[in-house]
Design a protein around this ligand. Structure first.
Ligand code: HEC
Length: 137
């Protein structure tokens, strides 16, 4: 009886340990991303149209798809080699952010999310990409 209890306690303990290790090493949460106030309150000046969404799609496929994936799920071929977890651009958590937060993250970036202000300097192009990303579901 005593050894039996000891064994199951050990089993439970190892399950807990494995769980803990998995939780600790599964980066399924983005670390908090502070967006400066002047960006946060920014409004998208480009009303979404079929034309600018098409422009956004072309640019997204050229510059963003390799990491973010065709449908924005964060499953592009380059994503596998990154340490940072990329949240789905189709998720409610992504969508509920302000225009300016989406803009800041997309073009200023941080760490493994590159800065795109030099590669995509045109404001209309930038907002066209933001508009295209809104279509992910
Ligand atoms: C080299 C890979 C890579 C490329 C290319 C890339 N991204 Fe990212 N992106 C990331 C990573 C990694 C993160 C998560 C960064 C973090 O949380 O620190 C991210 C995060 C984001 C976020 C924040 C999403 C959220 O959950 O709030 C947006 C928006 C974004 N990227 C837009 C873009 C756009 C637009 C492009 C193309 C112009 C692009 N990214 C190209 C790697 C990439």
């Amino acid at each position: 009886m005593k050894t039996k209890f000891g064994k199951s306690a050990l089993a439970i303990l190892s399950v807990l340990m494995v769980g803990l290790v998995l939780v600790a090493f599964t980066p399924d949460q983005q670390k908090p991303w502070e967006v400066p106030a002047k960006y946060k309150s920014m409004k998208n000046p480009l009303k979404a149209t079929t034309a600018n969404i098409a422009t956004g799609k072309t640019l997204y496929n050229k510059f963003c798809k390799s990491c973010h994936g065709t449908k924005g799920k964060g499953d592009g071929p380059k994503a596998m080699n990154l340490d940072s977890k990329i949240r789905s651009l189709a998720s409610a958590d992504y969508k509920k952010q302000t225009d300016g937060e989406k803009y800041y993250k997309s073009f200023i970036g941080r760490d493994e999310m590159p800065n795109f202000t030099k590669k995509i300097p045109d404001k209309e192009d930038q907002w066209a990409i933001v508009n295209y990303m809104e279509t992910f579901k």
